[in-house]
Design a protein around this ligand. Structure first.
Ligand SMILES: [Zn+2]
Length: 306
C-alpha cells in the first residue's frame, strides 16, 4: 500500500492490549471519533509474516451501453456483481453457493433497468452503462478492473448506482442509504423516494463499513460519486423491528453460505420492484441533466473529483 507496509483490522481487545503496551489510555479510541484528532505514535515495533497461496483464474465483466441521444460521451452507471462463491465447502450436504440475494437480486435489477431504459420512447441524453462485474466477493476485483480500464473516463462518469443485496421481504416505507452524507446523490434519492411516498434513512450500522465494501467504492476511489442503497427497515404491514430481524437473520444464517437461495415461499418481491423503480428514477434524472452531482464537504473522496 502507498501509506504503510501493512494495513488491516484488529479487534478492540487487541487494540486495548496495544495501548497498554504503549502506556496510552484506551480513551484514545473515543478521542479518535472526534474531528481534528491527530494520530499518535505508539513507539511500538512488531514483526509480521503473511503466507499467501495465489490462484489465478480468468473471469469477465459483462457490460451493455445505451448510447445517449445528446451527450453520449457522458454516462451514468448501474452496477451489480454477478459472481458469488460457486462451489465451496459443503454445509449440511449443500456445496452450491447460489448467492440468490447476494447478488443475483442486484444483477436481476440491472437487467430489468436495462430493459426499462431501452423501452423508453424518449431515450436518455447521456449514455447509460449497465455493468455486471465479476470477482466482487474476492475483493471487488471486477469493478477495480473496470475503474482502471474504463469505457467512459471518470471525469465523464456522472455516478455509479450500485445494486448489491436487494429487498426480498416486501415493501418498506424507507430505503437505506449506505454512506449517507457522502454526496449529493443523497438528495436525488430523497426526491425519488418522496415521489413514491417514502423516505430515505441512514444505515444504523455504519461500523459495518458497507459503503467501503461494494463495487461503487472503486468508482469513488476515482472520484465518481456512488449511490448504494439497502433494503428498508420500516416494513409495511409489520411491527417495528420486524425487517431489521429479517436482515439480521439473513446475515447470520444465509449470507455467504449455501443457504442464500431463492425461496418462493418466503420471498416477496414487491419491495425489490419498488426499490428498483426508485433507482430507475434517479438514473433517469441524472441521465438528462447537464450537471454532475458533487461529493459533500468532508467526504474523503471529494478531492479526487477535482
Ligand atoms: Zn454482494
Amino acid at each position: 500500500m502507498s501509506r504503510t507496509i501493512l494495513e488491516g483490522w484488529i479487534s478492540q481487545e487487541s487494540a486495548r492490549k496495544m495501548f497498554a503496551l504503549a502506556g496510552i489510555s484506551p480513551d484514545i479510541m473515543n478521542q479518535a471519533k472526534k474531528k481534528g484528532f491527530k494520530p499518535v505514535d505508539l513507539h511500538l515495533q512488531t514483526s509480521m509474516v503473511i503466507n499467501n497461496t495465489i490462484k489465478k483464474s480468468t473471469s469477465h465483466n459483462v457490460l451493455g451501453i445505451l448510447p445517449g441521444t445528446k451527450r453520449p460521451q457522458e454516462c451514468v452507471v448501474y452496477s451489480a456483481h454477478w459472481d458469488h462463491f460457486g462451489i465451496g465447502e459443503a454445509i449440511k450436504g449443500d456445496s452450491i453457493y447460489n448467492g440468490a440475494v447476494d447478488d443475483a437480486s442486484g444483477t436481476a435489477g440491472v437487467i430489468e433497468l436495462a430493459t426499462a431504459f431501452s423501452k423508453l420512447k424518449q431515450k436518455p441524453e447521456r449514455s447509460i452503462l449497465f455493468l455486471a462485474v465479476t470477482g466482487e466477493e474476492q475483493g471487488l476485483l471486477g469493478s477495480e478492473y473496470y475503474a482502471s480500464h474504463p469505457v467512459f473516463p471518470p471525469a465523464k462518469t456522472v455516478a455509479d448506482i450500485n445494486l448489491d443485496v436487494m429487498n426480498y421481504y416486501g415493501r418498506t416505507k424507507d430505503v437505506i442509504i449506505y454512506g449517507m452524507g457522502q454526496s449529493e446523490l443523497d438528495e436525488y434519492a430523497a426526491r425519488a423516494a418522496a415521489k413514491q411516498g417514502r423516505v430515505t434513512a441512514p444505515d444504523n450500522h455504519p461500523e459495518g463499513g458497507w459503503f467501503f465494501r461494494s463495487d461503487h467504492f472503486n468508482f469513488a476511489k476515482k472520484g465518481v460519486p456512488g449511490l448504494y442503497i439497502g433494503p428498508g427497515t420500516d416494513a409495511i404491514g409489520h411491527e417495528p423491528g420486524w425487517a431489521a430481524e429479517q436482515i439480521a437473520t439473513y446475515n447470520r444464517e444465509r449470507y455467504h453460505s449455501p443457504k442464500d437461495e431463492f425461496d418462493p415461499n418466503t420471498w416477496k418481491l414487491d419491495g425489490m420492484v419498488e426499490d428498483t423503480r426508485l433507482l430507475f428514477d434517479i438514473g433517469l434524472t441524472l441521465s438528462n441533466e447537464h450537471t454532475f452531482p458533487k461529493w459533500k464537504p468532508g467526504s474523503e473522496f471529494k478531492s479526487l473529483r477535482k
